[in-house]
Design a protein around this ligand. Structure first.
Ligand code: 13P
Ligand code: SF4
Length: 312
């Protein structure tokens, strides 16, 4: 961008930030942002986190309005856990393709085929699917959750890659759905080999939504928060990062003197990037779009989310 255009954008963002401060007070609002959001959103958020931390925060906040900067299923989970609050998202088109890969009909058929199995559903799923679920999980607690389930057989939806990773850490029989994250699944062995050749002194840290053969190359495997914590406390100086590029904001904030190289330039979730600062301010201005979950669905889905929050 030209210098003049950059200056103009900075001035506009400054105005937006001022308006945001006023609106937050007027609406008694809290802004929650996933680590995959644009920097300009993470910068103004009251709380940044991965799916698990944000669900916990939504369930416990005193604010009347939650602005959820993430994708639609995250806003839905917030509304389910905090049904009396107004939950806004900056742009309702921010969906998650993986969440759309499983539907209620398909899940019911699988349950009929495996009547003794319990259903463990990744939080990246619709409220309808959660309502058909015994317990939810996120990438941060997936192994703990599955091992806490009171059954030897588990139906796992929708992420096959995370499912494969979890299967290596449990004796339970897993029936794994064929969904995947378009962004993480794009990372290949070739990408990582090339990056390692360029940076032989770097450690490779990877999210379990990546393909099993890519996860197997990791020096460290973990959820977004686990990756951030690992890099912060590691004595290493350089990391090849195998997760979405928005994570760079928190990584650099925590460890300004360390170097983070993303394993591929395609590690960008276009759905997460639909939100921006302007839309964030606009949604608080208009109090739209709001998340709505039919009460009967929300009541059933809440049980599966609350069970997850109780797993220690
Ligand atoms: P976590 O937030 O659990 O790391 O999951 C990553 C993700 O893809 C969220 O959509
Ligand atoms: Fe969905 Fe993947 Fe984007 Fe997360 S990163 S919202 S799982 S598409």
């Amino acid at each position: 961008m030209e210098a003049l255009a950059l200056e103009k954008k900075a001035a506009m963002n400054q105005e937006l930030k001022q308006r945001l401060i006023q609106l937050k007070k007027e609406r008694n609002a809290i802004i929650l942002a996933h680590y995959y959001q644009r920097d300009e959103i993470q910068e103004v958020a009251d709380f940044r986190g991965d799916s698990f931390l944000l669900a916990q925060k939504a369930a416990s906040t005193d604010a009347e309005t939650i602005v959820f900067c993430g994708v639609h299923f995250m806003g839905e989970s917030a509304k389910i856990l905090a049904p009396n609050k107004t939950v806004l998202i900056p742009d309702e088109r921010a969906g998650c393709p993986m969440a759309d890969m499983v539907n209620v009909d398909g899940l019911r058929k699988l349950k009929e085929k495996h009547p003794n199995a319990k259903v463990v559903t990744y939080i990246n799923s619709s409220a309808d699917v959660k309502a058909e679920t015994d317990i939810c999980c996120t990438s941060a607690n997936a192994v703990k959750v599955i091992n806490a389930v009171d059954a030897d057989e588990v139906i796992w939806v929708p992420d096959k890659n995370l499912g494969h990773y979890v299967q290596q850490h449990t004796d339970k029989k897993m029936i794994i759905w064929e969904g995947y994250c378009n962004t993480h699944d794009m990372l290949t062995i070739k990408d990582v080999v090339e990056m390692k050749a360029l940076h032989p002194d770097a450690e490779f840290v990877v999210h379990p939504e990546c393909r099993p053969e890519v996860v197997a190359m990791g020096d460290f495997v973990g959820s977004t928060t686990a990756i951030i914590d690992y890099c912060k406390h590691s004595s290493k100086q350089k990391f090849i990062v195998g997760t979405e590029d928005g994570t760079g904001y928190q990584l650099r904030l925590d460890s300004p003197d360390k170097e983070f190289i993303f394993a591929s330039r395609f590690l960008v979730c276009p759905n997460m990037k639909v939100n921006n600062l302007k839309k964030l301010v606009q949604c608080l201005e208009t109090m739209q779009p709001q998340i709505y979950v039919p009460p009967a669905v929300a009541d059933a889905a809440r049980i599966s989310l609350e069970r997850m929050l109780q797993v220690k």
